[in-house]
Design a protein around this ligand. Structure first.
Ligand code: NAP
Length: 542
């Protein structure tokens, strides 16, 4: 047995993950004076922004809100280069945050957590890593990310392919150039769209395997000058306070006048203005009725379709392939991607498409991809932008065992439940961020929700310790009540009728439930605040 395996690291608190949430959680717990360490599989900080280094990766929350709020000086001194910075800049920013607060000294990289078992006698967690290292900790905070478990082996025969396969969610740092190559992209979600629009001019030939079309909005991404950033610095407090009090954690919110109160001209004006804005506001800050009312959803969908058709030169084949119809789903019930010249890619001579609705992918073969009609499509490189086992995936890949040896993975194979995405009954002192049943990635600007959750968890641990308590565990009743509320809100929306990762339907056998709370970030934070302000009723402390 080597020394590392022999040794047990004893901690007050352990953080899994060194992305946006993990870094901030580490900062907070260390500030509280706890002995805390974070662990991450990657060789550096960044989480999503470490792994998703595929061509074209960038966020679609504006730079002024994709931010931390705990260090005003830091906000003001990091000057984003544009409104929606790309992955390299965001990874750099997270390194800047980590270095500024000297966080890396308490992070162990290149370490995958394989199991975490709760010991009822000692009331502590025994954690193991893939190299056999052991950690014993009182509190365990899983900041594993909502979209961090990519689906890797979707297709039969993947290993037989003679060329290279790149998975967007694990894009290698040393990926070879795609210049002049025969490249396939599978997947036209937010990720696939970014890859496709970026690589099309560079590759020799691009074949896009399309299945479900998307309503897309052109991104407006101006460069930010010193003056632009000075403007946002002026508005620091206003923006900081605003983001937690909107539906989706952005600095914009729904139109004051409802759809019914507005004239057709007023509606058109709102939609046009939002469209021109080039952000997600057409989705998250136009009319909330698009989430509830099929007729209104269809009217807004048609508004978007018209714009898309014009860009495709009204080509019937392309429109059929790339524009969702009323039979597919209505605008906003699926994650809406922002894009730059994405549709125009399909007008290029070096781009062709395979409609997977007519000829699905059957398997991978040494030359490339075989579709159901028997055609073999030849490639040098195949890019899989095929999505994630969202919300529950990253946590289920760790063997969590709580009280009475219950297994989180087994439980979630039947039903995915949490209390506000913060705790699961039966797992004392285990806290989660970006977990199911909170308004995570699907319906929130991630930095808003993750910071809120980290603050809540930090305060809860602080409260327990100050009151001489060793454990915190949400009660079954509190969890059940949250799940009921979550489902009731979800059932009123159209989102539950649309298949996508939002509902877990992209993973075979995954129990169907809306993974993100759709009652609004504002409501979510008020409800969680109320619990904290009242001394955590429904959270048993011993
Ligand atoms: P996704 O939305 O789940 O898309 C996966 C794509 O792969 C879909 O087009 C899917 O088609 C396709 N696919 C899967 N299996 C297939 C098969 N057997 N044959 C053909 N096509 C297949 O995943 P994603 O694009 O990685 O996006 C996930 C989320 O990450 C986004 O919704 C967003 O929240 C986040 N994201 C954000 C940004 C940003 O901030 N800008 C960028 C990228 C990602 P079907 O739909 O037909 O299943």
């Amino acid at each position: 047995m080597n020394a590392a395996v022999d040794k047990v690291t004893v901690l007050d608190a352990m953080v899994i993950g060194a992305g946006v949430a993990g870094l901030y959680q580490l900062y907070n717990l260390r500030k509280m004076g706890l002995k805390v360490r974070a662990y991450d599989t990657a060789t550096g900080v960044g989480g999503t922004w470490y792994w998703n280094r595929y061509p074209g990766a960038r966020f679609d929350s504006q730079a002024e809100i994709y931010q931390y709020w705990f260090d005003e000086e830091m906000y003001k001194s990091w000057k984003p280069s544009e409104r929606f910075p790309a992955q390299p800049e965001t990874e750099e920013w997270l390194n800047y945050v980590a270095d500024r607060h000297d966080l890396k000294k308490d992070i162990q990289f290149s370490t995958r957590i394989s199991s975490a078992h709760y010991d009822e006698t000692s009331q502590r967690w025994n954690v193991t890593t893939d190299s056999g290292e052991r950690i014993n900790t009182q509190f365990l905070i899983a900041c594993c990310g909502m979209l961090s478990a990519p689906i890797e082996n979707r297709f039969e025969g993947q290993s037989s392919f003679k060329g290279e396969i790149y998975l967007t969610g694990k894009w290698p740092k040393d990926a070879t150039s795609l210049k002049g190559k025969k490249v396939a992209v599978i997947g036209t979600g937010a990720t696939g769209i970014q890859v496709i629009q970026t690589i099309a001019p560079e590759v020799g030939n691009l074949t896009v395997f399309c299945r479900t079309p998307q309503y897309v909005i052109p991104m407006k991404n101006p460069k930010y000058s010193e003056e632009d950033w000075a403007y946002w610095c002026e508005k620091y407090n206003e923006t900081k306070n605003k983001v937690l009090n909107t539906f989706a954690g952005f600095d914009y919110d729904f139109n004051e006048k409802s759809w019914a109160e507005s004239t057709p001209e007023e509606r058109e004006k709102v939609l046009e203005t939002q469209w021109e804005g080039g952000s997600l506001s057409l989705w998250l800050a136009s009319y909330p009725e698009i989430f509830f009312d099929e007729k209104i959803g269809e009217e807004v969908s048609e508004f978007v379709r018209k714009k898309m058709r014009a860009r495709l030169g009204n080509d019937p084949e392309l429109c059929n392939l790339l524009i969702p119809t009323a039979d597919d789903y209505t605008f906003g019930t699926h994650r809406v991607p922002l894009e730059t010249n994405y549709l125009e890619v399909y007008l290029r001579d070096n781009v062709r498409t395979v409609d997977c609705r007519d000829t699905p992918i059957q398997k991978f073969v040494p030359e490339g991809i075989q579709t159901s009609d028997g055609t073999i499509h030849d490639f040098d490189v195949i890019i899989l932008a095929t999505g994630f086992d969202a919300g529950s995936g990253a946590l289920s890949r760790i063997d969590f065992q709580g009280r009475d040896n219950r297994s989180l993975k087994d439980q979630w194979q039947n039903e995915i439940t949490t209390a506000m995405g913060l705790q699961v009954h039966g797992y004392p002192n285990l806290f989660t961020t970006g977990a199911p049943l909170a308004p995570s990635a699907a319906l929130c600007n991630m930095t808003t929700c993750l910071q809120y959750q980290v603050n809540w968890i930090t305060d809860c641990i602080d409260f327990a310790l100050k009151n001489g308590k060793a454990t915190v565990e949400v009660s079954q009743e509190t969890q059940d009540a949250w799940v009921k509320h979550h489902d009731e809100v979800a059932a009123k929306t159209l989102v539950v009728k649309t298949d996508s990762w939002y509902m877990g339907s992209n993973v075979e056998g995954k129990p169907r439930r809306l993974l993100s709370y759709i009652g609004g970030v504002n409501t979510y934070h008020q409800k969680c605040d109320e619990i904290a302000e009242n001394g955590y009723p429904g959270f048993d402390m011993t």
